[in-house]
Design a protein around this ligand. Structure first.
Ligand code: FMN
Length: 313
């Protein structure tokens, strides 16, 4: 049978902050290790790209267990940003990743002071083969009483300006969803010099074991991700995309091709897949194939044409 697109493969490619992605599917930070650990299960070169685990200036051991808990249609995590540190990433992981030529690698960066972000980016600038930085601003600013960078407009602006100045690469600012106005935060990131924004990070949440009366997660609060958050994430992507001119990368509960299309119609140019990789380590790669099939079945020759195409009567 001739495919409805006339036999030609649909064009799945998109552009984000000057970076060409062969398709809009990226693996999300914290759910795909440093990428290299997945090379035996996922054909990395089939993905649009992947975002590595959050990197800080110094290595971090993270929180004590329990750090993960499955909820109805979702997952709680409080890993505590465990990572090997930016310097070890350059020395131990990047040389292996650089051999994977045909994929886009994005480094996720976090810190607890403005200087942390600046210095981590300066270290990573020395490495070759990183396409962009994704700034995780869902961290407490220890110099300002622990207020989360991404929850206060002035603090967000300050850290984005600092990171942009330090960076040799395009800057994607990953917004926190734990805010009153995501549109305002998107505009602040854009004004500070972000080349793109990504959202959503996890929602602050909590669960209690009623038998032991203890919290399910040792850190007490944790981040909620997975299908449970998807409709809120779609709403936030829609609001953010309408508030800025820079491209938006959407995420939150994506586990099917239809989810990808939904985020793109809401205004996302690309998407990330996180928790789904916990249930099925091949989820990212499978969803790339599913999106291609979806386009053929729906006679979509160019996927990028769907961006922002939601119909509102
Ligand atoms: C176990 C785990 C670890 C995560 N670590 C990071 C991280 O280091 N940096 C970051 O920006 N986001 C981190 N995230 C958030 C995800 O990248 C993503 O924004 C969020 O989980 C929503 O997408 P999902 O519902 O597809 O998982 C983590 C999520 C999970 C589940």
């Amino acid at each position: 049978m001739t495919p409805p697109t006339g036999g030609a493969k649909p064009d799945l490619s998109v552009q984000i902050a000057g970076i060409h992605l062969k398709n809009p599917i990226l693996a999300a930070s914290g759910t795909f290790g440093y990428g290299i650990e997945f090379e035996d299960v996922v054909q990395l070169e089939k993905l649009g790209g992947f975002v590595v685990k959050g990197l800080s200036r110094e290595p971090m051991t993270g929180n004590p267990p329990p750090r993960l808990f499955e909820t109805a249609a979702g997952m709680l995590n409080a890993i505590g940003l465990q990572n090997i540190g930016a310097r070890a990433f350059l020395e131990e992981k990047l040389p292996l990743l650089r051999q994977k030529k045909d994929t886009v690698l994005i480094a996720n960066v976090f810190g607890f002071t403005r200087e942390d972000y600046e210095q981590t980016i300066e270290i990573l600038n020395e490495g070759e083969g990183i396409a962009a930085y994704e700034l995780n601003v869902s961290c407490p600013n220890t110099a300002h009483g622990g207020i989360v960078f991404g929850s206060a407009p002035l603090m967000l602006e300050d850290v984005v300006i600092t990171a942009k100045r330090a960076s040799r690469r395009p800057l994607i600012v990953k917004l926190s969803p734990n805010v009153t106005s995501i549109a305002q935060m998107a505009q602040v990131a854009e004004a500070g010099g972000a080349d793109a924004i990504s959202l959503v990070n996890t929602f602050v949440a909590m669960a209690i074991d009623v038998e032991t009366r203890k919290t399910r997660i040792s850190n007490v609060t944790a981040g909620l991700s997975g299908p449970a958050i998807k409709p809120i994430a779609v709403r936030m992507v829609h609001e953010a995309a309408n508030a800025v001119k820079i491209p938006v990368i959407g995420m939150g509960g994506i586990s099917t091709a239809a989810d990808v299309i939904e985020f793109m119609l809401a205004g996302a140019t690309a998407v990330q897949i996180g928790t789904a990789s916990y249930w099925d380590p091949c989820a990212t790669e499978k969803i790339v194939d599913e999106v291609e099939r979806w386009c053929i079945e729906h006679r979509v020759a160019r996927l990028a044409d769907l961006v922002g195409g939601v119909v509102i009567d």
